[in-house]
Design a protein around this ligand. Sequence first.
Ligand code: SER
Length: 321
Amino acid sequence: MKRILVTGALGQIGSELVARLRQDYGADNVIETDIHAPTQTSDSPTGGSGPFELLDVTDGQRMAELVDKHQVDTIIHLAALLSVTAEKNPLLAWNLNMGGLMNALEVARQFGCQVFYPSSIAAFGPLTPRFQTPQDTIQRPTTMYGINKVAGELLCDYYFRKYGVDARGVRFPGLISHKTPPGGGTTDYAVEIYYEAVRTGRYVCPIAKGTYMDMMYMEDAITAVIDLMEADGSRLKHRNAFNISAMSVDPEMIRSAIQTWIPTFEMAYEVDSEKQSIADSWPDAIDSSAAHEEWGFRARYNLDATTREMIVHLRKKFAVI
Ligand code: SER
């Protein structure tokens, strides 16, 4: 990776990834793009530190022009609608999630770029083995977002086989971060719970106790993207859609981890049936061993370490002592 274009750069992953890429590869070598311009009040830690361009990822011509203009060799394609939003507008999700990826792959084919594509635990479904979910297994997701993710995984494989496009990716679990909040995802509760714990000391959880999902602290997710993209391609048997996870947790586990820091923290449940049914269709705990073996993936933050980082940073952010 020398000249990197990031789509959806102002989102939850993009805002932290761009900051790290600019440190590692040089500010001018990382082109931030998003459908909206950054605002003054935006929490993006990257604001103004390097090139920014407006890009609607469904506009393939504009994407090609930007790749050409900035002499890009790597496209990190993050722009997407997440699971809950996609269920509310499936047609928009298909057009944005698939149209955007197709444009990224086509532009990569024309300009010889490497591509990163984030898949998700959403690429699995109710027929998938729930525990130690294997790298290669039955998928059959039941959400539009999951269908997009499986189709995306297959498209990346296709572009590699047919055209030699070096398209790599992981299946992200829910990502926990304190800089830019996620939006429209089923795993968002695992971020909101920390914000509310620090801000108000109370949280009403939309996901039922006993619902286990894989999660990861953002710093591990960012490291995974860079490590996979820099990995020796000859060692990769899968290349894209690697299972990766740092922990499998339910809301009660997060509650009790928070209570070691904030003993007065209270949590109630008001289960959101739509979010719950999405969560119920996903695995409890996926097996990350292929990622470990093929490119050395290893998560550094477990639930306790994640909780410490979240509480300390959010206390600073909201000036809570
Ligand atoms: N975090 C995403 C969601 O909840 C899953 O990839 O939609």
